[in-house]
Design a protein around this ligand. Structure first.
Ligand code: PMP
Length: 411
């Protein structure tokens, strides 16, 4: 097998060829969104140049082309997630919409007053707020599994939270704020022993590691296309076939029906039942192209390379005086969160930006977990397959300069 070549991979991403503030752009904000390879950009152009049509409804040449392209993308997602059937794959606007779909469609049918919903302290706001809304509507109770000082879920405490009233557990496979890889497979098995359904939030996992939803045995799995080198506005909800089949629709409209009269509507089986209205056809096709791109490189190769790069970055950052890494779990992926003594995270982010280095500084839409560590903000470089050792060297060198100059220290 050929050595992983991040340098040639970087050449596939036209946006990374530019300079920012007179410096070569170094994109280390991949947990927020990833850049798009030329193959994805070209595929979307090709769709609009040759295939664009609404799908399913009209019987003409372009409708057939766009329908084929859309359904081929669904099949690519099925393979990417290791699902059994493309009927288990629902296209959504993103991870957020997929979680809201489950909270509302599955939740309204299955959650009653006094029932319990379990999440973890690691959650992105997208995996907190929809459940809070469901609790407010139904009188269910939200329970939160704590983490240890490394930012890993305390399995004993998690297990203690589960009981006969637990209806659903929703947890991240990888934390966007700390990079913790949770023991998702084990947590799914524990939840199932208590008769609870499980949703895995894979938003921060799919770009970093191979995923197999059947091995994980989760009932639902969600992710966003834009975090896996595909366009914004397209995402995925995977559901086990029996779980999806028993779930009522969420939104009503065209596409999701088999027959409509004023008296009664018969719904499509999944996945059509959950795709009301005209979907984001072009960007679903773009997601399929992103998956093809990743297939050519191999998710296993990407995971191995990023694991080494993350270790290299961690070592480099620990050498910066006054830098503390937040989140030191044994298993991490993609993300490093840190604070710098005497510097506001936002100022560090701005100083790095002046050097052409894009990172996120803030609460990362995960305020509870930062507050667990007594913080309102961290600096968060996050990795992708196109990041090189030189990118990390540039980040570390810039932080050394920031720290010695003390220019950006809070007054
Ligand atoms: N969950 C996690 C862990 C995330 O990192 C994100 C995005 N930052 C989301 C959910 C929500 O994704 P989106 O905004 O694309 O819907």
């Amino acid at each position: 097998t050929r050595a992983f070549d991040a340098y040639s991979i970087k050449q596939d991403f036209p946006i990374l060829r530019q300079q920012v503030h007179g410096k070569p752009l170094i994109w280390l904000d991949n947990a927020a969104t990833t850049q798009k390879p030329q193959a994805v950009i070209d595929r979307i152009s090709y769709f609009y140049e040759t295939e664009n049509s609404n799908i399913h409804r009209a019987a003409h040449a372009l409708a057939a082309r766009s329908t084929d392209a859309y359904e081929a993308a669904r099949e690519k997602v099925r393979r990417f997630l290791g699902a059994g059937s493309s009927n288990d794959i629902v296209f959504t606007r993103g991870a957020t919409e997929a979680i809201n779909l489950v909270a509302q469609a599955w939740g309204r049918r299955n959650v009653r007053e006094g029932d319990e919903i379990v999440i973890t302290w690691l959650e992105h706001h997208a995996n907190i707020v929809p459940w809070q809304m469901l609790c407010a509507e139904t009188g269910a109770v939200l329970r939160v599994a704590p983490v240890d000082d490394s930012g890993q879920v305390l399995l004993d405490e998690y297990t203690k939270l589960l009981g006969p009233r637990t209806r659903i557990v929703s947890l991240p496979q990888v934390s966007n704020a700390l990079g913790t890889v949770t023991p998702a497979q084990e947590m799914v098995a524990i939840a199932h022993r208590h008769g609870a359904c499980v949703l895995l939030d894979g938003a921060q996992a799919v770009s970093h590691m191979p995923v197999n939803v059947q091995a994980l045995d989760c009932d639902f799995y969600v992710f966003s296309g834009h975090k896996v080198f595909a366009p914004t506005g397209i995402g995925v909800l995977y559901g086990k076939p029996d779980v999806l089949a028993a779930m009522p629709p969420w939104q009503g409209g065209g596409n999701m029906i088999a027959d409509v009269t004023f008296e009664k509507t018969i719904y499509q089986p999944p996945p059509g039942r959950f795709e009301a209205g005209t979907g984001n056809i072009a960007d679903a096709v773009g997601l399929g192209a992103a998956i093809d791109y990743l297939d050519r490189i191999g998710m296993g190769n990407i995971a191995a390379y990023e694991h080494e790069l993350l270790g290299y970055a961690t070592q480099g950052l620990l050498g910066v005086p006054g830098l503390t890494i937040i989140g030191t779990a044994k298993e991490k992926a993609g993300v490093i969160s840190f604070v710098l003594d005497g510097c506001r995270a936002e100022d560090v982010g701005a100083a790095l930006d002046r050097e052409g280095i894009a990172v996120r500084a803030g609460h990362h839409c995960a305020q509870p977990i930062l507050r667990r560590f007594g913080l309102e903000a961290t600096v968060r470089p996050s990795l992708a397959l196109y990041n090189t050792y030189e990118d990390i060297d540039a980040l570390v060198a810039a932080l050394h300069r920031i720290q010695t100059q003390k220019t950006y220290r809070a007054r």
